[in-house]
Design a protein around this ligand. Sequence first.
Ligand SMILES: C=C(O[C@@H]1C=C(C(=O)O)C=C[C@H]1O)C(=O)O
Ligand SMILES: NC(=O)CC[C@H](N)C(=O)O
Length: 758
Amino acid sequence: MILLIDSYDSFTNNLRLLIAESTGEEVITIHNDTFEPEQYSDFVKSYLPLFEYIVIGPGPGHPENAKDVGIAGWLYKHYKQNPGTTLVPIFGVCLGFQSMCNEFGNRVNRLHSIRHGQVYDVIPLSDTDSSVSHKLFPTKEKTPCVRYHSLHVPMEDLTDDIVPLAYCDDVNGSTTTRVLMAGRHRSLPIYGVQYHPESVCSSSGIELVKNFHAIAKEYPHVAADSPPQLLDEIRRFDIRYREDHKFHSPEPSTDTAYYMVPISLPTAKPVAICDYLYKKSGKTDFFLLNSASNPCQWSIIGFPVLGESCVITHSTDENNIVELGKFGLPERQRLDLQALGHADIWSYLKKTFEKAYIPPATFDKHQKLPFYGGYMGLASYEEGQHIRFEKLKSMTNGSTPDLKLVHIERSLVYDHENNQWYLLSIKPDDSQWCKDMSDELLGAENDGKLVINLANIASSVKDLAEDENIEFELPDRKTYQKQFQACQEYLHSGDSYELCLTTQLKLKLPAKIHPWEIYLILTLRKNPSPYSCFMLFDDVILISSSPERFLSWQQTSGGKRKVEFRPIKGTVKKTPEVDLKAATDILRTPKEMGENLMIVDLIRHDLYLYVDKVEVSLLMSVEEYSTMFQLVSVIRGEIDHKHGIDVLECSLPPGSMTGAPKKRSVELLQDIEAMQPITNGGRRGVYSGVCGYWSVTDEAVWSVVIRSVFHYTDDKHNLDQYKLWRIGAGGAITVLSEEKGEWDEMVVKLTSALLSFT
Ligand SMILES: C=C(O[C@@H]1C=C(C(=O)O)C=C[C@H]1O)C(=O)O
Ligand SMILES: NC(=O)CC[C@H](N)C(=O)O
């Protein structure tokens, strides 16, 4: 068994998998603060003998801050003070390595040229130690490896205790500096590397771990035969151990009554149908998830039933309450989650979903569809992890709606590739509605009412900008400059490697403008995108034109789930001069590729929490959108014992919206973003969260809420004749960023939504 100590990095699970795969051993991962300082000595006595060796992982911060390293720093000290005893070998990675050098008398300084997500050749030095027959670097071969560090241990004045084992050449203009990349203690079984062998772009990670494994085996320490109860105890400390995560799928039921017919509406596109229904009734009691272009094949229109369909509301302002209402009715039932036996809203959702679950086999005799009914809705940024709720203020007069899900039993699903519509209902005894809806649509099609050219719809909508009462307020530039500086300080101090700094724009719209008009203008005319949505709840309205799919999961034939993330990171504005080729040249530079790589490694880590096989199937591909070019990667895995919703829960907020490492970055961003008063204590709300669907068959697609406008009906800033709409925008700040460039990128993104109103 191997112990991995995590210092809240966003790459730790990648390291765990690398160790497990290279050695075939069980790896127990604990946080550096899983034990309190007064328990450290007991920990060493009771648990340490269970392990063949310890890996001390990377993380934010500086080894001299006791809080940043926790038990890891103490362990090195303990080894230093007890050199004669039998010690369990240690392997330190990045912060874990810096911490080792620091404890043995070395300074840890800021790097002259900070490297985050950059590939460098690691060059081994000869190790003359003849007491061990294995070496960390047995050959002199250089290997390209990824660096994520702001700090380093100056190589030129290493203490005698530390033997350098590898370095890299860092070229800066005309000067080349050697940066220490690996070392070992002169006499104790402690080794370490400064780079990240677990990154997807590092070579020879497996060999490195195997070499250390062989070295560790030569030390006299032999892992004790462990009493099973001690093993059970330590496994419970593992960061993956979660008792409440079991999910019970019911047996396939054979008597699910449902209705599903393909209908032929050759001219109708999803927006045309919604627009037809809106024009006819003046109402928008539909929820639309629309894919105007690749890479999504499907669009879904959900029809909640007035006064019947359940709407789930959760606010992080009242974390322990879930509210249940009926679509279109103001009454809500308030339930206490703890009293119902739920640890949190996610555990409630899982239990509620189990009751609604219909195995995909039920629909086998029909066309396989992504959605047969289920939930449509959104989760805000604050529904994700690491938010410090005590600092937030509500955006509304009451509590801010953070999670909204409407249960959909009636829907229309459109297959863009085959131009085929499906009408569905899983509501019992619903054939009359199905017949009426189908007659209505076929009638409209025959009468030519769905033969609406999308361009015509778009141009028939009055340009919102003609309404001179529209006002908007950009984020304050001076404050943004301060925010940018604050980010730079944290990137230089080693607290973060990338910070996705975001701001919000206040948009005052006359109350008479209908949200559907905004949807038409935004998604048809101004910013067509693959993941647009229209969601009108009674307390929050979301109109999104997102290019970024966050997470999807699908069932496979063996009852497992295939999950896929599609992060975007790296942005270039489209201009007459910047075409695909020019954009590719700009995006294939260390700055943009480093930004993307950091998020790819972070998402691999999020996914590896529950999944043992993860692959990066697309790395930094340049994609073209309406107003910009972006770098896109795809990360896939297959989950066995857990479910898609577990992956969603543990990977929110989306890494592309936080930066890395996620926990520290979210905490820092909350304070930095609070400098702009509109954010109410660094609250992002719906922006930066996710929206999408979760089918009763347990398949789902969630996109990132960006390039979107949203409105809280009870927003603190609403005025009598005006509604306050919000548009969020931001971008990843790295040490290679310039303030003006980042401000401009943020404005381009704001503008992609704001264009609808100007
Ligand atoms: C933060 C936004 O976008 C995110 C940041 C990106 C970047 O830094 O390049 C790209 C896509 C999104 O993940 C936004 O659109 O507001
Ligand atoms: N990846 C890491 O562990 C980084 C260590 C340290 N915080 C630095 O920035 O240098």
